[in-house]
Write a protein that binds this ligand. Structure first.
Ligand SMILES: NC(=O)c1ccc[n+]([C@@H]2O[C@H](COP(=O)([O-])OP(=O)(O)OC[C@H]3O[C@@H](n4cnc5c(N)ncnc54)[C@H](OP(=O)(O)O)[C@@H]3O)[C@@H](O)[C@H]2O)c1
Length: 340
């Protein structure tokens, strides 16, 4: 066991992508006692990653190259996680995986340290990081669940282009540029429609009921993280021409009557939440923030203290992915669960 967070070696698979690069930034910011960081991707790049003022060579991910690391962060999509995670776990390494591959597997914890750190056991080696929209939502829902119980959640999301990775952001920027210059817009490849100056009510593929992949993840992962398997959750996921940070308009029904003041107090007392009692908060303002920002809390008309609406915003590359991933490692180190 590594005592008190000392000397662990860390690999980042997908280090050149939107999430992987952010993991490197968050690791730099926190003093976790990491002695060696190895960046990996599907293609090698000399000096392709920067960490603590040094250019590091990016290597091609392989079983062989990853085998000596104590902790491996995956931010390389489903293929990379499916391909490389299992042998690492079997060997006893800690795998912290940003893809959806293992999230709903029985016996695998889906952890937001501020919400359900108790789900972590010493024998766990695999830690999927939940969907970014679900992390932001559950961070805001947990204090309501604890204060008044939760009966139903409805949410409409306003999701940033970088939620679809580097290519998503590039597609938005290319579309914005073309429109500004009066040129022909490039054909959309990442999104279902051109995103610049638009809003697209589709994030992921639709199933036979017309629900998108993102909407399904929000329901299933919210139930798992809040430990409320029967919670009614309905989401409409929308892509908007914002660069970074997802926003969500949330409508909840509580089990017990509660006041706005009591819920405000619950938000204010929760680590990782910044509660805005008045005014608004927008995605551009929270870029780079590790908190989930909650604003516009109000009771629905004549609800008897059981129906509320609020707005929440979080940087999905940080709180929705990289910061949560690194916070899981921090938690494991604090508990002494990382073997060196
Ligand atoms: N973007 C978000 O806001 C967000 C939030 C939460 C979770 N996630 C999840 O995080 C993961 C990464 O997303 P992203 O947005 O960072 O994507 P991205 O910007 O497209 O970056 C993908 C990274 O993965 C690497 N990669 C791709 N296939 C690989 C393979 N087979 N083996 C090793 N490396 C491989 C790429 O390297 P090459 O360039 O060399 O191919 C690149 O470094 C995805 O599973 C995504 O669903 C994303």
């Amino acid at each position: 066991m590594v005592e008190g967070g000392k000397i662990v070696t860390v690999a980042v698979v997908g280090a050149t992508g939107a999430v992987g690069e952010t993991i490197l930034r968050v690791l730099e910011e926190r003093d976790l006692g990491v002695s060696d960081v190895g960046p990996f991707a599907s293609r090698a790049r000399e000096g392709g990653s920067r960490y603590r003022g040094r250019d590091l060579d990016v290597r091609v991910a392989s079983d062989e190259a990853l085998r000596d690391y104590d902790v491996v962060f995956f931010a390389g999509g489903e293929n990379a996680s499916e391909r490389f995670a299992t042998p690492l776990i079997e060997r006893g390494a800690i795998v912290i995986d940003n893809s959806a591959t293992f999230r709903m597997r029985d016996g695998v914890p889906l952890v937001i340290p501020e919400v359900n750190a108790h789900a972590v056991r010493p024998e766990h080696r695999l830690f999927p990081v939940a969907n970014c929209t679900a992390i932001i939502l559950c961070s805001a829902l947990a204090p309501i669940r604890d204060a008044a119980g939760l009966r139903r959640v409805r949410v409409a999301t306003y999701q940033a282009a970088s939620g679809a990775g580097r290519e998503g952001l590039d597609e938005l920027l290319a579309g914005e540029r073309a429109l500004a210059l009066g040129e022909a817009e490039p054909q959309p490849r990442v999104f279902a429609r051109a995103l610049a100056r638009n809003a697209i009510p589709q994030v992921g593929a639709f199933d036979e009921r017309g629900e998108s992949g993102e909407e399904l993840k929000v329901r299933e992962e919210t139930r798992k993280m809040l430990d409320l398997p029967g919670l009614a959750v309905t989401a409409t996921a929308v892509r908007v021409p914002v660069r970074t940070a997802h926003s969500e308009a949330v409508f909840v029904e509580t089990e017990r009557a509660v006041s706005v003041a009591e819920l405000a107090h619950a938000f204010e007392g929760t680590s990782g939440i910044v509660f805005h009692a008045t005014g608004v908060v927008t995605p551009r303002e929270v870029e780079g923030s590790d908190a989930v920002h909650v604003a516009r809390l109000r009771e629905e008309d004549a609800s008897g203290g059981t129906r509320f609406a609020f707005w929440c915003v979080g940087d999905q590359l940080r709180k929705g992915a990289a910061t949560n991933a690194v916070a899981i490692l921090e938690l494991l180190l604090a508990k002494g669960y990382v073997r060196s």
